[in-house]
Design a binder for this molecule. Structure first.
Ligand code: SF4
Ligand code: SF4
Length: 656
């Protein structure tokens, strides 16, 4: 006979302010099969959980309902409490009377009635629940880190230094990401490459890290602890092992006028190139699109000059299949297409540049050797205007969020400019200054007070050329009047946006992303580095705009999650998986086609002599994610979901 305990949580005022918890408790007390119904302010607290445990033991409960918040929040907490009291945790259910009731209703009476209905229906379900046992799966102790920027490198090094095996995949020809492009970093003004390049070398030389550059993750299958990953190794046309990195081929390549991506188009590169001088690995690749040989079948100069026969035009893309236990996604960001801002004249006036281009101009390894010079004539600008929020916080251009880093890097740019051109003038158009971070506010003050950056609060409405000057018109909203500043150079603090293929890649990984394409964390506050897909973690600006310290901190957090996973020999998985009744299965394979995780296999039923009698569907418990899609497809009604059988669902519905 069922002996159900119902525990009604007030959730402070969250539930009790709207739902009459005493009335709900009384209604449950009289419901058939309920042995005890009680209410408390916070059942998730220690005393709350203790009272549930006590009731289970004293009353010999066969099932528990906690009427509280979303199961996402505390299902695990209450199931653990039940297990500690000796009750199978899958005999505990959560009636969500917060998100589905108190938070969405204004009328208290209606909310109370609804809470009674929700709780009653769960009581009816739990009466039909069965004891379930977690599934144990082995763990492959090898991590895949996708993205070789600072976040990916940090995550890879943290895992590798703790003894874990790592495969680090970077789609460009070198590690480094955007950080390698920067000049100095805020708020300490230390040289970005001086911090970055030793980390790149360390990652490349680490015995526990297998580095795959110029490679892309094509396919991810499987589940936590047991992912099967296919990586495409793009043809470099240069044999990495034979090449000594001497650079002879780069020198002699006749195609010299290709816009260099690393220098944001401010310099040129040949068709065979390394992205930058300190690239890791320091081996070139051939840009097939611009190579004379690939275009018209003639040239091969690089092959002729190469002493080690490293150039191989017959090279083809290769595929690597890897067994992986956990994945850290650190694919980074891009900057917004600046042509969206016609009023700022980017693309029309060569001396209107992006913040990233300014970084290259200010960088000692950049095209001007660190001299801040105008792209149009190479002269040092006497007045530079910086325009913040060029794209960010502007819903009309599709980016309503703050890009977080621009206030700080603009202050840094103004400072660098003042340090390099002592007589120059800098003006910064801003909306607000957002400088939340250790030493950040002091840093922006330093730009203003010590380095003379003139901040003007207001948006720029127009930019045009007049008498060899760029005229910047805006409004000074503090003085309440329009301003016009003649400038020699304009720098746009462009919005930080997700990688262009982020939404597509989220599908490959089976994780979620927000409306913009930034990857979603499982829970903003409690699980900020996990995704909703177990075993896949996030690091850096692929999740949201982030600066270097935040990216590094998140990468280390993701690495610690991976290491916690690798500390176990076997993983426990939820037993909520599909179960097929082989006796009634007609072998129509509707479920095989429907299953998004390829979790259903065809199984032969044979007689004792080994003769095939029939073929049925069989669920692989390791792959099944319990989504229930197959259940809806099965025409012979053979598949049920453990914990959500048809009997349970009907009882739940009938309880309403
Ligand atoms: S074959 Fe292509 S990469 Fe080699 S030298 Fe000629 S243009 Fe450059
Ligand atoms: S519930 Fe069915 S469709 Fe969903 S993953 Fe499992 S087997 Fe595949």
């Amino acid at each position: 006979m069922a002996k159900i305990g119902v525990f009604v949580c007030h959730c402070g005022e969250n539930i009790a302010a709207k739902v009459d918890c005493t009335k709900l408790t009384a209604a449950m007390e009289s419901h058939p099969g309920v042995s005890i119904a009680t209410e408390y302010k916070y059942f998730c607290s220690d005393p709350g959980q203790e009272s549930i445990k006590k009731a289970i033991v004293e009353q010999g409960l066969t099932g528990v309902i906690v009427a509280a918040c979303s199961p996402r929040m505390h299902e695990a907490t209450f199931r653990k409490a039940c297990a500690a009291a000796g009750l199978n945790p899958y005999l505990c259910e959560i009636a969500n009377i917060r998100e589905q009731c108190s938070w969405v209703h204004s009328d208290g009476d209606e909310a109370t009635e609804k809470a009674i209905e929700i709780t009653r229906s769960l009581v009816e379900k739990v009466k039909r629940n069965n004891e379930l046992q977690p599934i144990l799966v082995p763990v492959t102790k090898r991590a895949l880190v996708i993205g070789g920027g600072i976040a990916g490198i940090q995550a890879a090094l943290d895992i590798a230094n703790a003894g874990g095996e790592v495969v680090l995949v970077e789609r460009e020809a070198s590690l480094g990401g955007h950080m390698a492009q920067l000049s100095e970093t805020f708020p300490t003004l230390d040289c970005s490459q001086c911090i970055m390049t030793p980390r790149m070398v360390e990652a490349a030389q680490h015995p526990n890290i297998r580095l795959l550059t110029y490679a892309e993750v094509e396919k991810v299958e499987g589940f936590i602890g047991n992912f099967h990953v296919r990586v495409k190794m793009k043809a470099r046309y240069v044999d990495m092992y034979a090449c000594t990195g001497c650079g002879d081929c780069i020198q002699k390549c006749p195609q010299k006028k290709i816009s260099a991506e690393f220098d944001c188009g401010l310099a040129n590169r040949p068709a065979i190139y390394t992205p930058f001088a300190q690239a890791v690995p320091n081996k070139p690749v051939i840009d097939r699109q611009h190579c004379t040989y690939f275009k018209n079948g003639k040239c091969k100069v690089c092959q002729k000059v190469c002493q080690t026969n490293a150039i191989n035009f017959d090279m083809e893309d290769e595929y690597l299949d890897l067994e992986i236990g956990a994945i850290v996604v650190a694919t980074g960001f891009q900057i917004q297409n600046t042509s969206l801002y016609g009023e700022y004249g980017y693309g029309r006036y060569p001396d209107v540049v992006t913040g990233l281009q300014f970084e290259r101009l200010a960088s000692a390894s950049g095209p001007t050797g660190g001299r801040i010079a105008r792209p149009s004539d190479g002269k040092e600008p006497e007045t530079v205007v910086f325009i913040q929020c060029a794209g960010s916080r502007d819903p009309s251009k599709g980016v309503s969020y703050c890009s977080k880093i621009c206030c700080m890097y603009t202050a840094k740019h103004a400072m660098l400019y003042a340090h390099k051109n002592h007589h120059g003038t800098s003006r910064v158009f801003y909306m607000d200054i957002r400088a939340a971070g250790k030493g950040y506010d002091e840093f922006t003050r330093r730009a203003i007070e010590e380095d003379g950056a003139g901040y003007i609060r207001g948006r720029v409405s127009k930019l045009w050329e007049e008498n060899g000057k760029l005229m910047v018109r805006g409004v000074d909203t503090l003085l309440g009047r329009p301003v016009e500043v003649p400038a020699d150079m304009v720098v746009l603090a462009t919005a930080m946006v997700p990688q262009p293929d982020a939404k597509e890649f989220a599908k490959t990984l089976g994780i979620g992303c927000d409306e913009y394409g930034f990857f979603n964390e499982a829970h903003m506050k409690l699980r900020p580095v996990e995704t909703a897909t177990a075993g896949i973690f996030l690091a850096g600006a692929c999740q949201s705009p982030k600066d270097i310290p935040d990216s590094v901190a998140q990468a280390s957090a993701a690495a610690s999650k991976v290491l916690a996973l690798f500390s176990r020999e076997k993983l426990e998985r939820e037993p909520i998986i599909a179960m097929n009744n082989e006796a009634t299965c007609s072998g129509c394979w509707g479920c095989v086609l429907a299953c998004p995780y390829n979790a259903i296999e065809k199984k032969d039923i044979t007689d004792r002599a080994g003769n095939l009698i029939r073929r049925v569907a069989s669920v692989n418990p390791g792959l099944c994610q319990g989504c229930g899609t197959c259940v809806t497809f099965c025409r012979s009604n053979s598949i049920d979901l453990a914990g959500f059988t048809e009997k349970q669902i009907f009882a739940e519905v009938m309880g309403l």
